[in-house]
Ligand binder design. Structure first.
Ligand SMILES: [Zn+2]
Length: 253
């Protein structure tokens, strides 16, 4: 069996037997990959904390090349994002990011942009003050990188461009915005203002190094959450556990 090496983030980790763990990684070179770590529970010698959720590692594994489980040989920590694990709110955001990637990305679909987005977003919540914006920024960028990006620049039906004179609605089913005239007869629409649409476009397109400067108004936070979470629900067909957890945590804070 050939041996491979790649950078990876742990996006799911579960006990498999008395001594083994099954771990799902998002890797830079092979996309989403599931592997078994023999003896990971019995002795921490070989793996240490490298198989904990959110760990950013160099992963060395054997693979037969099919969609079965890879055999994890060894892991070396690049960044453990320890600060996330000390703060329940940060855990909620980090869990949401990794569950979204796990739920929306297919097995072994390499995507450098998504890998960088995950590394950068975990870095941001680990080292900086947590702002609710990061969830919306992560969602819009991930959807865009996956090719599911909602149309936010013009009405999906008549192509009317964004303007302050027109009222727009977001349709999770159609995957974008409708102007007031075209919105009649559509269900599950949520109101979305020009300010919210503009800041979402910036969140999607701006350099990630400057993203922490982006501040959403309360209205933009509310409207973008409604639009994007409904759209993701429509794409995945289920409400993610981590999304429910995140909502609970936000209500408590
Ligand atoms: Zn229209």
């Amino acid at each position: 069996m050939p041996l491979y090496k790649t950078e990876a983030i742990v996006i799911r980790s579960m006990d498999f037997s008395e001594s083994d763990k099954i771990v799902t990684f998002f890797t830079r070179d092979f996309g989403k990959l599931r592997g078994i770590a023999k003896g990971a529970k019995r002795t921490k010698k070989g793996f240490g904390s490298t198989l904990e959720l959110f760990s950013y590692i160099n992963l060395i594994f054997f693979d037969k090349g099919n969609l079965g489980l890879a055999r994890i040989n060894s892991c070396y920590s690049i960044e453990s994002y320890m600060e996330i694990c000390k703060d329940i709110q940060k855990v909620a955001y980090g869990s949401y990011f990794v569950e979204l990637v796990n739920g929306l990305v297919g097995e072994k679909e390499k995507n450098d942009g998504i890998f960088n987005l995950l590394v950068d977003s975990l870095f941001l919540i680990n080292y900086q003050k947590l702002d609710e914006e990061i969830a919306r920024i992560f969602e819009i960028r991930l959807l865009s990188l996956l090719g599911y990006q909602p149309q936010l620049e013009e009405c999906l039906i008549c192509a009317h461009k964004l303007s302050s004179k027109e009222k727009f609605w977001f349709s999770p089913v159609k995957g974008g915005i409708l102007c007031n005239r075209c919105s009649h007869g559509f269900k599950k629409l949520s109101s979305i203002s020009l300010g919210t649409l503009r800041i979402l476009l910036m969140a999607r397109d701006m350099d990630f190094n400057k993203i922490h400067r982006l501040v959403f108004s309360n209205q933009a936070l509310k409207e973008s959450e409604d639009a994007l979470t409904n759209f993701i629900y429509y794409q995945t067909g289920k409400q993610l556990n981590s999304m429910k957890f995140l909502k609970k945590i936000q209500m408590l804070s």
